[in-house]
Write a protein that binds this ligand. Structure first.
Ligand code: PLP
Length: 669
């Protein structure tokens, strides 16, 4: 393909991509192909002679597309989102075309620097403490883009392992690395992702799974108990992985409690927020981040919910020296004269003295890995002389001197470009809106599930995911999921909470609409009815559905003298509508409020808060009229936000400008 053909064909490709994404809703989300289908369609050998582009691309349409799961579809509800977006696609297009490898600063200065800048932007956007950022060149913390959350977890475990082994070898110079390794133990919750277990397997360390509480959250007390017991046995706790947003139910481990336990026992705390991390762009979800300053490393995937296409895992560390010590090699091709003047994701040291120091340091690490007869002499000499180990602990090796390694592979793609494009093209406001919309749609779906007596949500889920099931035997839900996937209109995967089988329904697409959710729910109901009819001969299964009698307007008026027809109108876009109009009309204010509050709590909705909302609530309270449903919902939110949230800037300004509450309320009424 020459330049001329590329110009033509690449433009056609852009149209193809735009058509694909624009019309993706019409595609069957889950393919109907059988294993091996493609082998039957494609030749067994690569072509001898060059083929025409049009012929190649015809095969994409005919053979490849029918075998794909359409991850960008609004009807894709499996796993977690893996979103892309136009600015991200453009970032990847450019990055693929440039194909620069950003390992050292010198290998592509803009690539390295943009990554640092974008990671600082992103860290601030999430509200991460300053210690994780790298705004000053001598700052020990910083962000790096890794390939996957699994890799970030592994990197952090390996760094913590190195730190622990170095400490242990100081205390036990007579012991060999393999013996020391056998004493190490790390921890995660029984809800942690399988990649955490995998990291332990690769790292050759024991892993203990802490039983999560009834909300699927790992708590400090249980961790403390396990660590204390393990220490009794002579084990050394060195690494704990906390999850923010578990894969099964988007549960959150208690970071503050866990962080305090880690500090007490000198263990490295890694936070795996692969999916939920994106939500922290919205301040209302940051309560789950409480205690993050106690963590040593934090990672999440912008490639999941933040519309930056795969691969892109944002990882921050408080002190990157732990990584450099772990991946410490110093080949000549990684050295450059500007080492230390900017962040380097991979660099060797130029300084001759430091080179020696580095070599000694490597010796120590090699000693740990491959002990030699005179090991002890080396270690003891270093310890006595306040040498390498102590210097590293005290960060006496400055950035200028040190070898830097932030990851396992050498080569690194220019991934910062797509992240930077997305952050700029959506802006903070656009990204927050996207996250909030995903949560709103999940809550809408949850409300639909709760309104159908055949279904249940056994475990409250958070953010953009709802885990639901058919009441009764697990087998019903298993059949439901199997049939849904086979029909291919929607795609979901299961999870299991303490023996209870559920379907995970995740909002994955930024293009999902209310109608998509209603359509999907309809599909689920149809299939559920089929299954229940097969088993019980009735679409309601064995659940006695009490048909609520229709209450006429006349009866309603008789029951409630102050009833006005406007009460039936839920007229603001508050969603989901959780109490029907008739119910609101015939119940008294307290009942409706309680009912709203219960449903609100069950849905685990986050109260909306804004100066407008607060004024509206004050107005509702003051007007003395009967409340509409929406007013009741707002009142419930008001009750939830009244106490804990700080004043808004605008409110403070109002107060300092002398606008007292009465005037504001008077304006509304
Ligand atoms: N951690 C959690 C909590 C996850 O949910 C996932 C995947 O969904 C991972 C880690 C693995 O992510 P990755 O595919 O980026 O390794």
């Amino acid at each position: 393909m020459d330049h001329t053909e590329f110009r033509v064909k690449a433009k056609e490709m852009v149209d193809y991509i735009a058509d694909y994404l624009e019309n993706i809703r019409d595609r069957r989300v889950y393919p109907g192909v059988q294993p091996g289908y493609l082998h039957k369609l494609l030749p067994t050998e690569a072509p001898e002679k060059p083929e025409k582009w049009d012929d190649i691309f015809k095969d994409v349409d005919q053979h490849i597309m029918p075998g794909l799961v359409h991850w960008q579809s609004p009807h894709m509800h499996a796993y977690f989102p893996a979103l892309t977006s136009y600015p991200s696609i453009m970032g990847d297009m450019l990055s693929s075309a440039l194909n620069v490898l950003c390992f050292t600063w010198a290998s592509s200065p803009a690539g390295t620097e943009l990554e640092t800048i974008a990671m600082n932007w992103l860290g601030k956007l999430l509200g991460l403490p300053e210690c994780f950022l790298n705004e000053k060149n001598d700052s020990p913390g910083g962000g790096v883009i890794q390939t996957t959350a699994s890799e970030a977890t592994l990197v952090s475990l390996l760094a913590a392992r190195t730190r622990a082994l170095m400490e242990l070898s100081k205390l036990n110079p007579e012991l060999q690395a393999a013996e020391l390794l056998g004493h190490l133990i790390c921890y995660c919750s029984d809800q942690a992702h399988s990649s955490v277990e995998k990291a332990g397997l690769i790292g050759l360390v024991r892993m203990r799974y802490i039983e999560s509480d009834e909300g699927q959250s790992m708590r400090g007390a249980k961790l403390e108990e396990a660590i204390a017991a393990d220490k009794e046995k002579g084990l050394v706790p060195f690494w704990v992985c906390a999850t923010l947003g578990t894969t099964g139910s988007v549960a959150f481990d208690n970071l503050r409690e866990i962080g305090q336990v880690c500090q007490k026992h000198g263990a490295w705390l890694h936070v795996d927020a692969a999916y939920a991390g994106s939500a922290f762009v919205c301040p209302e979800y940051r309560h789950w981040l409480d205690g993050v300053e106690l963590a040593d490393s934090f990672a999440f995937n912008p490639s999941k919910w933040l519309m930056v296409n795969f691969d892109c895992t944002a990882m921050w560390v408080k002190d990157s020296t732990a990584l450099h010590r772990t991946f410490n090699v110093n080949p000549i091709y990684l050295r450059h004269e500007n080492s230390g003047k900017a962040i380097d994701y991979m660099v060797g040291s130029q300084n001759e003295d430091i080179k020696k120091l580095t070599l000694k340091k490597i010796n120590i690490m090699n000693d740990i890995d491959h002990p030699k007869a005179d090991d002890n002499k080396v270690d003891n000499k270093f310890n006595k002389n306040n040498g390498v180990i102590t210097q590293i602990e005290n960060r006496n090796i400055t950035k200028v001197d040190a070898v830097e390694h932030w990851q396992i592979p050498l080569s690194r793609r220019f991934r910062a470009l797509k992240l930077w494009f997305v952050l700029r093209n959506y802006g903070v406001v656009g990204i927050q809106k996207h996250i909030r919309e995903g949560v709103r749609l999940a809550q809408k779906f949850a409300a639909l599930v709760l309104a159908d007596p055949r279904f249940e949500i056994p475990q409250p889920s958070n953010l953009g995911m709802v885990a639901f099931r058919l009441k009764g035997d697990n087998a019903f839900t298993e059949r439901l999921l199997k049939r849904l996937n086979a029909r291919g209109y929607i795609h979901a995967v299961p999870a299991c909470f303490k023996g209870i089988y559920v379907i995970r329904f995740t909002i994955t697409s930024q293009r999902t609409t209310n109608q998509d959710i209603l359509d999907d729910w309809n599909e689920i109901k149809i299939v559920a009815s089929e299954i229940l009819t097969d088993v019980f001969g009735s679409e309601n299964g064995n659940i006695a559905v009490v048909k609520k009698p229709r209450i006429s307007l006349k009866e309603t008026r008789e029951l409630n003298a102050t009833f006005g027809t406007s009460l039936l109108l839920a007229n603001s876009p508050m969603s989901p509508k959780i109490v029907n109009g008739t119910h609101a009309a015939i119940c008294d204010y307290e009942q409706v409020l309680t009912s709203c509050a219960q449903t609100f709590a069950q849905l685990k909705m986050e109260p909306k808060d804004s100066p407008e909302m607060r004024r509206r609530i004050r107005g509702i309270k003051m007007c003395g009229k009967k409340f509409s449903l929406d007013s009741c919902m707002d009142m419930v939110q008001g009750m939830m936000i009244e106490q804990p949230l700080p004043q808004f800037e605008e409110e403070r300004e109002d107060a300092s400008n002398g606008a007292n509450t009465e005037t504001i309320e008077a304006k509304i009424c």
